[in-house]
Design a protein around this ligand. Structure first.
Ligand SMILES: [Zn+2]
Length: 298
C-alpha cells in the first residue's frame, strides 16, 4: 500500500512539472503574439499548477492508513481534489470568456502568429503526453484524482487546439473576431468538462454505488452460489470511496449449517471480490425474521 501511494504521488508531481513548463511557454507565446486565446491558455495553466499541487496533497492524505479516528480510511480525500479541479476548470472558462468578450466588440490585430502557434503546439504536446500517462495510471489504480487531472490536461489540449485554429483562421482570413469566437467556443466545452468532474466527485462523497458491471459480477456470484449450496442473498449494498470499495450483504444459509461452515462460504465469496472491503451478515434461511431486513435501509 505505501509503495502504491508513493507512485500515485509521483504521477501528480509529473503534472506539477508539466504545468510549470506549459505556463512558461504559453506566457511567452502570449507575450510574442498578443493573442487573447494564448493569454487565456496561460491562465488555464496556472489553474493546472494549483490543481496538480492539490492532487499531490490529497493523494498523500488518501494514502493514510485507517486509524481509530478514521476507521474507514481517508481515500475520499481524492474527491476534494477532483471536485475542486472541476470547479477551477469552470472558473478558468469564465476567465477566458471575460477576456474574449471585449475583443469581440473591439478586435485587435495579432502579431507573430507563427511563433506563438509553434510554442503553443509544443506546450500541448507536453500536456497530451502527461495526460495520457496520468489517465493510464488513474485507471490502473482506480484514482479519480489522477483521472481528473488527466482529463483536465486533455481539456487543455483541446483548448490549445482551438486557440491554434483561432489564430490560424485570423492569419488566413484577416478576420480578427475569429480569435475570441474560437476562445469562447472552447470555454463552453471546458465548462462541460468541469461540471462533469464536480458531479462525479459529489456522487462519490454521497456514497454512490460501485459501477453497474461490478454489481452485475456480484449478482452472478450470488446466483452461482445459491444454485450450488442452497444458500440465498439479500440486502446487497455497495459504495465507493475513491479507490476503495465497500460491499455488504446478507448471506442466508440452511438452518443446520454450523457457524464455521457459513463463515467458510462467506470467506470464499470475499476472495472472489478481491480488493473490496466486505461485511457479511449471516442468517438462517428458513427463519421469517431473516427476511425483515431485506430493504436497503431498515
Ligand atoms: Zn437479512
Amino acid at each position: 500500500m505505501p509503495t502504491a501511494s508513493t507512485n500515485l504521488e509521483r504521477y501528480a508531481w509529473l503534472s506539477v512539472a508539466a504545468a510549470l513548463a506549459t505556463m512558461g511557454l504559453k506566457t511567452l507565446a502570449w507575450w510574442l503574439t498578443g493573442s487573447v486565446g494564448l493569454l487565456s491558455d496561460a491562465i488555464e495553466s496556472l489553474v493546472n499548477l494549483a490543481a496538480a499541487l492539490l492532487a499531490v496533497s490529497m493523494l498523500r492524505v488518501a494514502a493514510t492508513p485507517p486509524d481509530k479516528e478514521y476507521p474507514y480510511g481517508l481515500s475520499k480525500a481524492e474527491y476534494f481534489s477532483a471536485g475542486t479541479e472541476g470547479a477551477l476548470i469552470v472558473l478558468a472558462a469564465a476567465a477566458i470568456i471575460a477576456t474574449a468578450l471585449p475583443r469581440l466588440a473591439a478586435p485587435q490585430p495579432l502579431e507573430a502568429a507563427g511563433l506563438g502557434l509553434g510554442i503553443n503546439v509544443v506546450a500541448s504536446g507536453i500536456n497530451l503526453a502527461v495526460a495520457l500517462i496520468l489517465l493510464r495510471a488513474g485507471k490502473a489504480h482506480r484514482s479519480i484524482t489522477l483521472e481528473a487531472d488527466a482529463r483536465h490536461l486533455m481539456t487543455d489540449v483541446w483548448t490549445s487546439a482551438g486557440v491554434v485554429v483561432g489564430v490560424a483562421l485570423v492569419f488566413a482570413t484577416g478576420w480578427l473576431v475569429l480569435d475570441p469566437l474560437v476562445a469562447i467556443a472552447v470555454a463552453a466545452n471546458i465548462v462541460w468538462q468541469g461540471v462533469g468532474l464536480m458531479r462525479r466527485s459529489v456522487a462519490g462523497l454521497l456514497d454512490s454505488a460501485i459501477p453497474q458491471e461490478d454489481r452485475d459480477a456480484i449478482h452472478k456470484i450470488f446466483t452461482e452460489y445459491s444454485r450450488r449450496y442452497g444458500v440465498s442473498f439479500h440486502a446487497l449494498r455497495t459504495r465507493r470511496a475513491a479507490a476503495r470499495r465497500f460491499i455488504s450483504f446478507h448471506l442466508l444459509v440452511p438452518d443446520e449449517w454450523s457457524v464455521a461452515q457459513a463463515h467458510r462460504l462467506s470467506e470464499r465469496i470475499r476472495e472472489l471480490l478481491e480488493g473490496a472491503t466486505i461485511d457479511t451478515h449471516i442468517e438462517p434461511i428458513s427463519d421469517p425474521a431473516s427476511y425483515d431486513d431485506q430493504k436497503l435501509d431498515r
